[in-house]
Design a protein around this ligand. Structure first.
Ligand code: SF4
Ligand code: MG
Length: 333
């Protein structure tokens, strides 16, 4: 398919000072990411918390600036765009936040919240905007009568649906969701995921979803990128990634999925060892301190993301390792 969004050599570091008054240290939250997102797909970015996936998501729509690298959209490097041009682009690239409560202004009615981006971008007159708000409310399973109510009058699931309607108001091409359902009760996650998928279909959207819940990802994603300590270690079609991982870290992540979400027979495995200090990532392969397949070479030589059949993997031994994915009862969740 056509590439709609492409990251090249993307890096972002943060300075942290810990403990208090201690020396400043630099965290490479995103450390050299190359990535292509295809028009119309649902692309997921997964990894443990602290791996840099939320930072990467924000870089992709330039909610934050990269330290280095480019993000190509519609022929322009959005990492270089001046504020005016960036503002115009905002209507194409929208973000859905994790916490629907804190991302919605409690003083504004739901109708005003959905209408606000239309006003900001100068879209439509008052009547047209009102019609757009009513249409979006209906599409997220509410009614036009809900426009005059306030966020606190709604459940968490309804508020996240309002957040989605607000993101959709300007008719974006790409929606990026950072853990869009993980703050919600498991019982209503499916509802919100379904609405997101219906809207994606209806508006021909491209979705980028950040999540740590692999069950949600497996359900939604066409392709998945796995991140570890600021780097992408594997990119593959979702089903292939889940049933036949090619990077040892992907295998480890899959083994850690809780029993109840994947099938009755699998014991919950833990990811061995702590995530290394991100201010001082291990040399060589960053995963070598936790990898059960590590060889001497892994301690010194940093693997790059290489093309394998149908996927990309950053592991010296990707071709030969015999890894375990989700199979049988696990796969049929
Ligand atoms: Fe494990 Fe070595 Fe592969 Fe890294 S390069 S994932 S340490 S086998
Ligand atoms: Mg996060």
């Amino acid at each position: 398919g056509d590439i709609i969004l492409r990251a090249e050599g993307l890096k972002r570091s943060f300075v942290t000072r810990k403990p208090l008054f201690g020396p400043a240290t630099v965290v490479q939250a995103v450390d050299g990411v190359d990535l292509s997102i295809l028009k119309g797909e649902t692309f997921a970015i997964v990894g443990e918390s602290g791996c840099g996936k939320s930072t990467l998501a924000r870089l992709l729509v330039r909610l934050i600036d990269p330290s280095e690298g480019s993000v190509w959209y519609d022929g322009a490097d959005i990492a270089q765009l001046p504020p005016e041009a960036l503002r115009a682009l905002r209507s194409d690239l929208q973000f859905i936040f994790q916490d629907p409560f804190s991302s919605l202004n409690p003083q504004m009615t739901v109708g005003a919240l959905i209408e606000e981006p239309l006003i900001t971008h100068g879209i439509g007159d008052k009547d047209e905007r009102r019609a757009r708000v009513d249409d979006l409310l209906t599409r997220i399973g509410l009614t036009p009568a809900h426009a005059d109510r306030y966020p606190h009058e709604f459940s968490g699931g309804q508020r996240q649906r309002v957040g989605i309607a607000r993101a959709l108001a300007t008719g974006p091409k790409v929606i990026i969701g950072d853990e869009p359902v993980s703050a919600l009760d498991v019982s209503i996650q499916a509802q919100v995921v379904n609405i997101l998928e219906d809207l994606k279909e209806a508006f021909g959207l491209t979705l980028v979803v950040i999540a740590h819940d692999l069950a949600v990802i497996r359900h939604m994603a066409d392709r998945v990128a796995v991140m570890y300590l600021g780097e992408i270690v594997e990119v593959a079609p979702a089903e292939g990634l889940f049933t036949a991982p090619r990077h040892p870290y992907t295998e480890t992540l899959l083994a850690a999925i809780p029993i109840a979400r994947v099938g009755p027979r699998r014991a919950k495995a833990r990811i061995e060892g702590d995530l290394p200090n991100p201010t001082a990532p291990p040399p060589g392969c960053r995963f070598h301190t936790r990898c059960s397949h590590a060889q001497d070479r892994c301690k010194t030589e940093r693997p790059t993301l290489r093309d394998l059949t149908g996927r990309q993997v950053a592991c010296h031994f990707a071709e030969t390792l015999d890894l375990t994915g989700l199979t049988g009862g696990d796969a049929a969740r």
